[in-house]
Design a protein around this ligand. Structure first.
Ligand code: PBG
Length: 330
């Protein structure tokens, strides 16, 4: 039921900051964000990532300070990604299961420096394989589902035992959420949450991330045999339903902006905590656009992040988390 013009003048609700603020349907808050952080080997080092202007890799001794900074800005959780040294990458990704690997040391360093912040770790083999795929491959280069899943279960366990609060399988193998849940349960890690990269698309927007973790140059072929076809939306519902049925606590849609339709549909249909990942290529696009004068950087950041809230996101993984949290605080 609604009035018609001139009784209805919607501009009345936009006439001043106080009323705009009062009528805002959605709002950003620092607790909406998860900040991804990249780790590199070595000592007392910050390595700027050329493909992600303003983002660096940090050595383990420096990562705690990064997490503390996020926590102080009101960000509840960080997502850690390792750039494994080349000599530790192999056909079968054995380093993923080393309890003293870069990611496990980083989890402990974050927990030591900032005990209250949540720590999320990625479950997938791409930072550890010599060929850059998320799983084990056969002689034709095809990623093997069940053999990979068996390793992912071990990987998730190693991360949980190092102190990760959330393990986030980003590999897109079928059945891995159920297998990881059962593995955690059997090992007594029943408080570790699973955030499933449930609807993850084979996207052209992951390029800068692959540079950041050092897997891009090695990747033979592409990931279309396991990540979703960007043409599909109904299939995303099946992926999400499957992961929830297998025991995912939270689900994710990825990438972010080009997939807001999928995000909105998932949130509406399943009513479970639903996260969006504004991925590396989206971050780079905003940075390059702002640098070229195509828009105001701060406004671009806040408008794109608010779009996720409007579409129904519970939270957003974004490389702009710290900037955004500070902008919101004023
Ligand atoms: C690894 C992984 C990727 C991202 C998160 N985890 C890359 C990929 O699947 O190739 C992408 C994140 C980003 O681009 O910011 N499985």
């Amino acid at each position: 039921m609604t009035a018609a013009f001139p009784a209805l003048r919607l501009r009345r609700g936009r006439s001043a900051p106080w009323i705009r603020s009062m009528l805002a349907e959605h709002r950003l808050h620092p607790s909406d964000f998860i900040l991804p952080l990249f780790i590199c080997d070595g000592d007392r080092c910050e390595e700027p990532i050329a493909a992600l202007p303003g983002v660096s890799r940090w050595t383990v001794d420096r990562i705690g300070a990064q997490a503390r900074q996020a926590w102080q800005a009101g960000i509840p959780c960080v997502a850690l990604f390792p750039n494994t040294p080349a000599y530790l990458r192999s056909e079968r990704a054995e380093e993923a299961l080393n309890p003293d690997n870069l990611i496990c040391r980083a989890v402990k360093a974050v927990k030591d420096a900032c005990p209250d912040i949540g720590v999320l770790t990625d479950v997938a083999l791409d930072p550890y394989t010599a060929h850059g795929h998320d799983g084990l491959i056969d002689e034709r280069g095809c990623v093997l589902n069940d053999d990979t899943t068996a390793i992912l279960v071990q990987q998730a366990l190693v991360q949980a035992q190092a102190g990760a609060d959330i393990v986030a399988p980003s590999d897109m193998m079928d059945g891995r959420v159920g297998a990881i849940r059962a593995g955690l349960e059997a090992a007594g890690q029943c408080d570790t949450a699973i955030m499933a990269y449930a609807a993850k698309y084979a996207s052209a927007f992951y390029g800068p991330f692959r540079d950041a973790v050092g897997s891009g140059g090695r990747l033979k072929g592409d990931k279309r045999g396991y990540q979703m076809d960007p043409a599909n939306a109904a299939e995303a519902m099946r992926e999400v339903a499957m992961d929830i049925a297998e025991g995912a606590d939270m689900v994710m849609v990825k990438p972010g902006m080009p997939y807001l339709d999928v995000l909105a549909a998932v949130r509406k249909r399943f009513e479970v905590p639903t996260f969006a990942y504004q991925v590396s290529g989206e971050y780079a696009m905003i940075e390059h656009a702002a640098a070229a004068g195509a828009g105001d950087r701060d406004a671009l950041i806040l408008e794109t992040l608010l779009a996720f809230k409007r579409a129904g996101a519970t939270g957003i993984l974004t490389y702009h988390a710290l900037d955004a949290a500070r902008l919101i605080a004023g």
